[in-house]
Design a binder for this molecule. Structure first.
Ligand SMILES: Cc1cc2nc3c(=O)[nH]c(=O)nc-3n(C[C@H](O)[C@H](O)[C@H](O)COP(=O)(O)O)c2cc1C
Length: 166
């Protein structure tokens, strides 16, 4: 293990946060890591919203069916992708994970909340004044953890094959 893999393995989705703010320097670092993500044909079809306003977070929580905890987090990122680009979803998922891991490296926990395929994605786009060419791919609720719940993972032996399956 090294420092990067330790950070990756220490990540868990956190849905209960302390109210303490996340510093602008950590936010900037996470956004720079997002912008550094791999992206098909280097199109970089993403747009990142940084949301801290309580009223905005309350409104998003009210319509995100599995994201009610967004009302309690001090920070939320909204990752949008340019729909016309064939690999926008893959690119924006890579950027989402980079944000999550960069935050984790700073001790800031988070939870990926679905955006793509959700009807509320369009409502959130309109609420934030984002141009129509973008689609909401993900929300990332973030903050310092109040409670961490561990999830079970499949066994490595059931996930892997070498050279040929079976
Ligand atoms: C595409 C995607 C969408 C997700 N949407 C939600 C969501 O809407 N609400 C939520 O609480 N968690 C959501 N999650 C987080 C997963 O529930 C979580 O990653 C999974 O249970 C594994 O737990 P872990 O992240 O702690 O390893 C989402 C994760 C992904 C990758």
């Amino acid at each position: 293990m090294n420092v990067v893999t330790t950070v990756i393995k220490s990540r868990h989705s956190v849905r209960k946060f302390k109210p303490d703010p996340v510093s602008d320097s950590i936010i900037k670092d996470a956004l720079e890591c997002a912008a550094q993500s791999p992206t098909a044909m280097n199109i970089q079809p993403w747009l990142f919203g940084v949301l801290k306003n309580n009223e905005t977070l309350d409104k998003i929580a009210a319509i995100a069916d599995h994201g009610k905890f967004i009302a309690e987090c001090p920070l939320c990122f909204a990752v949008f992708g340019e729909k016309k680009e064939i690999y926008y979803l893959e690119d924006c998922c890579a950027a989402t994970e980079n944000i999550i891991l960069a935050l984790q490296a700073h001790g800031v926990t988070s939870c990926w909340v679905a955006g793509e395929k959700k009807a509320y994605g369009e409502q959130i786009r309109l609420m934030l004044g984002v141009p129509e060419k973008y689609s909401l791919v993900s929300l990332i609720a973030a903050g310092y953890p109040k409670e961490i719940t561990l999830t079970g993972k499949k066994e490595m032996k059931d996930l892997i094959f070498n050279e040929k399956y079976g």
